[in-house]
Write a protein that binds this ligand. Structure first.
Ligand code: ADP
Ligand code: ZN
Ligand code: ZN
Length: 802
């Protein structure tokens, strides 16, 4: 008898306990861990999906086991490593294992797709019988067990492969290509018969002679690289010199094909870093390095040469970046160095493109994977190195279930793969820096910019001063003068508008009425280009009012500054300057980020104006001025990480100035010039900031001195939300010692979203052995909660509290 342990997907009855099912004899060779299967569930005829976790010979189950109905995948979609990871992940993030398994799957397998058998050995009699003259064989859920067994056997013998096709998308693209039946001597003979002015024909035959072993060659290649036209190929075909055929190619993700780069000779600091990492790769030592390197210290080159060391050892490397669309330069540098060996995974890819990249990884065609958060689940094997760039970024934590942090997953995978992890940042998270302090992580400091280039000079402008508060717009005289100077020198400037907690809203000057979203407790944001008021939480939109809905006065105004408004001010102040704006509105279309950045890189604009998204990783040699319009808006957030986020943002954006030969200048406008986050950022002094912030975290009992867990409750009825929150608090209380701190329930900053009221409870603790179990119990109750209209969420180590 063989039995499968299966984690089933029953939305309202989830549990992390696997169910046992009988594997029918017909499927005995087929069912393996990591596959999805369909099984009966409950009393009725309901059939549901599940993941096979284990296959075994016996069962302790007393009753009669039900059999698996059918297999959904004919090959496992998750590796053993991922299956193992799912146990840990569910436990660590207080989520159901099924949601972890679903999260690890490439998104295409959650979408609608078809499965096909594709031949590898075309002339095998069994393959021929299966295909019956067709190029592929579709796997439907009507197949009998014999056929499934046959397909399985052929796949194991590498005679066929199985491919997934997302609906409306072909897995592969077919391209026209050229080949020939002639051998080298015949090609020579044919060439000598040609007239001297048949230049294209001669060129084509020469190409074929030189590349006889690499045929067929695509039309594209001949046309683009050798100037051999389509017409010339057709002529050659007519004269029986070549044959026209088709090649199928996996689609390559869109984007630029960057220029090939080679290793730079390292600075002393870089060399020391690479040597230490190399040693850990060689020793298969799963230790964690924290590279604290000032902006421009050349961390990227350290990453690239460390990856190279891993590849030299015959291993693979995984590299995470905060958000690919925001960091195209970083991706280009990796692809530029390692070319075809790199797979890039990001949200901008279509399902088909993602599937292609995923397949290339699975087939061991790539050695390096670069991607955003979810790339940490890439099916890469034999990992020799994991890198997380800008490790402090909040985007590494997922906001939804499972609320995992990619850094935690990286450490887990590193241990299993016996590989080191490299965390890099100019402004490490307090958690990581504190761990380095304790010796849990090994610290590597890079204090100097490459070529000894000085850090930019930073000027803090106190916006409370009379001369600044007198100006009409948002540009202080100092910033105006600096911009003018930059423009005079034909250098470039970056202007940051800090948009966190900031927006352009409508207010009546007569009665003070503010136009709010009917569903959420937030003011609507004015969108000039659409002429509409929009809610950024639920998407509600309405036309811009002509008069106050409350008192009918026409004296309505728009407050708060948006990028469009700043752009207008720039145009008024510097009519001759070319301004590029980068914000959510100008980057909605695919590839828009990269386009704006490449235009700026080619110096087709003088000023790049943008929100947070311009602060990261940009490296433009002509940028000598960075201006920050409003440094403080992040400070005002009611979040224990507000200072940290402000410091990070200002340091990162300041680091964009003066990176090449020219020296840089930064102007920070603020209403809090004495705040340590702003003062230390101006000096690019992470260490001083770290000490001050650690002191404050210590005083207020926050991370990294205390662990933090946040439990939030939402319901349409505010009274019910509160009642449930208090009940949960009591549940927690009974599991906690007196050393733990329990805060709340308190309304979140925006207490009503999409017609639901949100309350939160915060647990801060050092050592509470009973807490974990209690949280798991609360998790199990969330399903009953959901049935009565409650949304209860558990966030372990939240990135923000709002
Ligand atoms: P970081 O990521 O630490 O801010 P980068 O990796 O972007 O810094 O490096 C800053 C600049 O220095 C880049 O333009 C990079 O090409 C250049 N650079 C890095 N290492 C070297 C080196 N060893 N020799 C010459 N130039 C270097
Ligand atoms: Zn809303
Ligand atoms: Zn009014």
């Amino acid at each position: 008898m063989s039995v499968a342990e299966i984690i089933v997907d029953v939305p309202t009855m989830q549990t992390n306990r696997p169910f046992e099912y009988l594997i029918p004899d017909a499927l005995s060779d087929v069912v393996v861990p990591g596959m999805r299967v369909e099984v009966p569930f409950g009393r009725g005829k309901r059939k549901i999906q599940g993941f096979v976790m284990k296959v075994k010979d016996t069962s302790d189950f007393q009753g009669k086991l039900k059999p698996i109905v059918r297999v959904i995948d004919l090959k496992p979609v998750l590796s053993n490593e991922m299956l193992k990871l799912s146990y840990w992940l569910a436990d660590r993030t207080y989520s159901f294992q099924i949601s972890c398994l679903q999260t690890m799957l490439p998104s295409v397998m959650r979408a609608k797709y078809k499965q096909f058998v594709v031949p590898i050995v075309e002339n095998d009699p069994e393959v021929v019988a299966l295909l019956q003259g067709k190029p592929t064989f579709e796997i439907t859920n009507q197949l009998d067990d014999e056929t499934i067994k046959l397909i399985n056997k052929l796949r194991k013998n590498k005679k066929v492969d199985i491919q997934y096709v997302v609906q409306n998308q072909a897995v592969q693209v077919k391209r026209q290509a050229v080949t020939t039946d002639l051998n080298v001597i015949q090609l020579h003979e044919e060439k000598s018969k040609l007239r001297a002015n048949a230049k294209a024909q001669i060129k084509l035959l020469e190409y074929l002679t030189a590349h006889l072993h690499d045929l067929p060659v695509e039309f594209n290649v001949l046309e683009k690289d050798y100037g051999i036209s389509r017409a010339a190929i057709k002529t050659a075909e007519k004269n029986h010199l070549v044959k026209i055929t088709e090649v199928t190619k996996l689609r390559k993700p869109v984007g630029m094909t960057p220029e090939k780069t080679t290793k730079m000779s390292l600075t002393d600091e870089q060399k020391q870093a690479v040597d230490q990492i190399d040693e850990a790769i060689t020793d298969e030592d799963p230790k964690t390095f924290l590279i604290e390197g000032v902006t421009g210290s050349g961390k990227t080159e350290v990453y690239l040469q460390s990856i190279d060391k891993a590849l030299q050892q015959g291993k693979t490397a995984l590299m995470l970046v905060p958000e690919i669309s925001l960091t195209p330069q970083m991706v280009n540098r990796v692809v530029g160095r390692f070319g075809d060996q790199v797979a890039v995974l990001h949200s901008g890819l279509s399902n088909g493109e993602r599937y292609d990249e995923w397949t290339r990884i699975e087939n061991h065609e790539v050695k390096v994977v670069v991607g955003a958060r979810s790339a940490i689940f890439a099916p890469l094997e034999n990992i020799g190195l994991i890198i997380i760039d800008e490790e402090h970024e909040a985007s590494y934590k997922q906001d939804d279930n499972p609320r995992y942090h990619a850094r935690d997953v990286a450490l887990w995978r590193a241990k299993v793969n016996k590989s080191p992890v490299v965390l890099g940042s100019a402004t490490p998270s307090l958690e990581s820096r504190a761990r380095a302090e304790k010796g849990v992580y090994q610290m590597i400091r890079m204090k100097k910019r490459v070529n000894e280039q000085k850090l930019p000079q930073v000027q803090i402008v106190d916006m409370r001063d009379a001369e600044n508060s007198a100006v009409k717009g948002d540009f202080s005289p100092v910033l105006q003068a600096s911009l003018q100077e930059t423009l005079n020198k034909h250098d470039q400037a970056i202007i940051l508008l800090n948009r966190r907690g900031y927006s352009s809203f409508m207010m009546c000057r007569e009665c003070g009425f503010v136009l709010k979203c009917p569903n959420c407790d937030v003011s609507l944001t004015y969108h000039k280009d659409l002429g509409k008021m929009k809610c950024h939480y639920c998407g509600h939109e309405e036309p811009m009012p002509q008069f106050c809905p409350n008192c009918r006065s026409k004296k309505i105004g728009f407050y708060g500054t948006g990028t469009q408004n700043i752009e207008q001010q720039l145009n008024d102040l510097f009519p001759q300057a070319r301004v590029l704006r980068m914000d959510v509105d100008t980057t909605r279309r695919k590839g828009a980020h990269a386009k704006i950045l490449s235009q700026f890189g080619q110096h087709k604009a003088d000023i790049l104006l943008g929100t947070q998204m311009i602060a990261k990783g940009l490296d433009f040699p002509d940028v000598t001025l960075v201006g920050v319009i409003n440094a403080d808006t992040t400070l005002s957030l009611a979040d224990f990480r507000a200072s940290e986020r402000t410091f990070q943002l200002l340091t990162q954006v300041s680091g964009r100035a003066g990176r090449a030969q020219k020296s840089g200048h930064v102007v920070i406008q603020t209403f809090n010039p004495d705040h340590y986050a702003i003062k230390d950022a101006a000096k690019q002094d992470y260490e001083t900031f770290f000490k001050q912030e650690m002191y404050i975290r210590h005083q207020s009992n926050y991370t990294p001195y205390y662990f933090t867990t946040l439990i939030s409750v939402a319901n349409q009825d505010e009274g019910k939300t509160l009642k449930r929150s208090y009940w949960l608090k009591k549940q927690l209380q009974t599991a906690l010692s007196d050393d733990a701190i329990l805060l709340g329930p308190s309304p979140t900053m925006i207490s009503r979203k999409q017609n639901k009221y949100y309350y939160q409870i915060i647990v801060k603790y050092k050592h509470e052995p009973k807490l974990h179990q209690r949280l798991l119990e609360i998790l199990n109750e969330t399903q009953a909660d959901a049935k009565s209209g409650f949304t209860v969420a558990i966030d372990n180590e939240p990135q923000h509290i709002d």
